[in-house]
Ligand binder design. Sequence first.
Ligand SMILES: Nc1ncnc2c1ncn2[C@@H]1O[C@H](COP(=O)(O)OP(=O)(O)OP(=O)(O)O)[C@@H](O)[C@H]1O
Ligand SMILES: [Mg+2]
Length: 1043
Amino acid sequence: MPVLEGSVGVEDLVLLEPLDEDSLIKNLQLRFENKEIYTYIGNVVISVNPYQQLPIYGPEFIAKYQDYTFYELKPHIYALANVAYQSLKDRDRDQCILITGESGAGKTEASKLVMSYVAAVCGKGEQVNSVKEQLLQSNPVLEAFGNAKTIRNDNSSRFGKYMDIEFDFKGSPLGGVITNYLLEKSRVVKQLKGERNFHIFYQLLAGADAQLLRALKLEQDASHYTYLNREVSRVHSMDDASNFRDVQSAMSVIGFSEDEIRQVLEVTALVLKLGNVELADEYQANGTPASGIRDGKGIREIGEMMGLSSVELERALCSRTMETAKEKVVTTLNVMQAQYARDALAKNVYSRLFDWIVGRINESIKVDTGEKRKVMGVLDIYGFEILEDNSFEQFVINYCNEKLQQVFIELTLKEEQEEYRREGIPWTEVEYFDNSIICNLIEHSQRGILAMLDEECLRPGVVSDSTFLAKLNHLFSKHNHYESKVTQNAQRQYDHTMGLGCFRICHYAGKVTYNVNGFIDKNNDLLFRDLSQTMWKAKHPLLRSLFPEGNPKEASLKRPPTAGTQFKNSVAILMKNLYSKNPNYIRCIKPNNQQQKGRFSSELAVVQARYLGLLENVRVRRAGYAHRQVYKPFLERYRLLSRSTWPHWNGGDREGVEKVLESVAVSSEEFAYGKTKIFIRSPKTLFHLEEQRRLRLHQLATLIQKVYRGWRCRTYYQQMRKSQILISAWFRGNKQRRHYEKMKASAMLIQAFVRGWKARKNYRKYFRSGAALTLSNFIYASIAQKFFLDLKKNLPSTKVLDSTWPAAPYKCFTSANQELKRLFYQWKCKKFRDQLSPKQVQMLREKLCASELLKGKKACYPQSVPIPFRGDYIGLQGNPKLQKLKGKEDGPVLVADTVKKVNRGNGKTSARILLLTKRHVILTDAKKSQAQIVIGLENVTGVSVTSLQDGLFGLHLSEMSSADSKGDILLISDHVVELLTKMYQAVLDATEKQLSVAVTEKFSVKFKESSVAVQVVQGPSGSGNSKLVCKKKGSHSMEVTVR
Ligand SMILES: Nc1ncnc2c1ncn2[C@@H]1O[C@H](COP(=O)(O)OP(=O)(O)OP(=O)(O)O)[C@@H](O)[C@H]1O
Ligand SMILES: [Mg+2]
């Protein structure tokens, strides 16, 4: 929905041409007739009451206005609420929404629209929703108790309401505070024709079920009650019964307990019932008029319900106690006075009940958290009123409206123009009406009407409304905005509309004539102490709590502040509050007095437009600038739009702002540079800037996200990397350390071993460990010594054949002992050998040779061993004959023995002498002196001998021997061992050949041509020397039997 597309008239009066009152009203009318009830003047919304439900509200529209900026959619209260809420949220500026207009112009409806919009767009969540519900539900409750049907408005707010909604930094509602101003309590007892009492009374009667009515002792019929105007008990646009249910449920949503709701209704019922307490004339004995209750039923019911003594209540209503320092004087009241007291009580009970309800709501919605809050205030205060008969209430209501107009003037017209001047912006002054003179007239602390009223109330002496008026007439006779009969007469004016007891004030919105009647009383607002004390005595907790001053202990003689002063003070606080916030205006206009839809009365509208100062507002707006801001915050907000100022700007604020505006391509007419502020002409430019900022924020957010994500990943990676390096460093370090420790331990171990070993080596001698060895060595040496010494003592004989040897005392000496034994034996042998003569040596050699040849082979060998070889067994030495046998040969005769020669032919034996010389073997017959057979040793080839005991041996000769040789010779010798031994040696010496000596039982003996096989057999053994028997067996064999 772009701007101006299909718009009716102009949506913003700033664009109006020509700019005059007429075209302004026509534009409003045109739009109104086309059901466009909202129009802007810049950021001010003008709302014309349509008196019909238009299809421009609800969630769909709220969503739309939430998404668009102010000027993008048709003018709407939602757009204003959106701007205020966004500004509160984004710029952290507290907001107030000032809704002004006449009674019935649509202020309350507008305030509800603002609240419903804010509730819909602000945060969500269980907690937030419950706060929202409480805030929204406060409306039906306050409307039931504070609104009433008037001739102007079926749902007229009869109290002023300012509500602060508090938000947290996110823009979610936390709670709120409601301030109420001056309830029109006179309505409780009296209403104008065509008007009603407060809604709650009708709602209670219409909506309460029979049981509740019984409990409250009420009749359903409203006409039964004096305080309810019998003419109009129903308003056709309202369903009292269903509203009553709504009110009850709203109260429980807010947090009223069942008991509290019941008590509230009981007090409400009490007010109704009070109205029905009829008072009748009575006279005292002395004839002075007095009063009494006509029908005791009503007052009894009240007494029962409230836990009051009806007698006491009657006394309090019908008499008055005057206390002086000395005494108490009770005076009776006449009927009029008693009625006045009754009504005063009813009004007081009701207005205090209303205050209590507001307080109770505040208790529920108050914010407990101490966090910094943002506040949006919504002001819906009774509109400016001009009634036929205006009293004190209208006076204060209009005063309040006057003050609000002042706020508007101050903030939009005066302050704005002054600011242009201050900031040095070229400016043509726009004329407007400044109402501060009227405000002063009313509120001046010494010379204001309210001050005068207070003075009159407090003044001793006879005080009446007319004395008050006289005072005003005297004081303001020359005041331009004050008139009365007296001042008119003085100026010779004739005005029949001005009554005698009246004064008139020229308000910004028109002239209002006030009737001073009741001003003093209403300002005093005093309740007879009898009444408040009686109320305090009630057992009903709520009623009792409404009259704390009734407590005699707390009764103070100090006067409470007057109603006027209280109101003035609360208005002052309100103003201060409003000035501290950013104002947003909704200016409501009533199109007709008949509450009819589609009817637009230009006359009525023109009056309102005039006093609302709409035209001036348009003029200032048109000539001026929609937005201004100090350079610094402006630069802070928008500097992200220019590359020169973002992200860093070191220059001045103003230069920075210039840079920003250069970069956003805004026409130079759209802004002006003041001394401290930048001024932006049209809101469109501001919205353009906002939109640019929004887009840029998106970009920056993306950038920040990007950078942040990159940074996060990078840091994560670096952290991981660092951790990895750290872990591996630790791991490696640890590994190396362990390795090193191991190496070190090993080295130390080795070192320790080496050192130990070295030390041990060096110091072994000092250590006991060596002692064992030393000891063992010593012991060993000593036992060895002992062993040797013992051995020395026990040495066996030195005889060679003695082979005894002492046994080794210890096993360890076994081998040594053996060796010693061997050595000793060898030594003994050597010694033995050394003492041998060469002859003995020779003999032993021969023995040795004999043993080599025959030991173990020949059975007679062992017997031969001990017998020394004599060689000469025949006495050769002394017998020269025998010596001749030797012939010419030199050298000794080795053996000279008698042998037997076996005849080969028959086996018979014949004795012979055998001589063995170094060269020959000589055989000869003993009887002959001539050698028979001489055999050269070189011809002896071998000897065969038996293994038996016998002395037979065969002498084998070579065939080449002497020609006369008859072959081998068989001989028998008794000294066969000696003979063979010496023959062996002789052959060795002579020929250097070893004679073969065969030990055998079978051998053959060669003869010339043949040979004879000799077989030696062992015969049965005979005694003494062995005997041989040779038997020839055939020609070629011979058997020798050995016996
Ligand atoms: N925007 C609207 N749409 C439909 N009807 C509306 C709208 N505004 C006001 N009305 C009607 O006008 C009536 C009066 O409005 P409202 O109660 O808001 O007036 P007011 O300015 O608060 O008057 P008072 O000063 O008496 O309280 C409402 O009851 C309602 O019927
Ligand atoms: Mg209202």
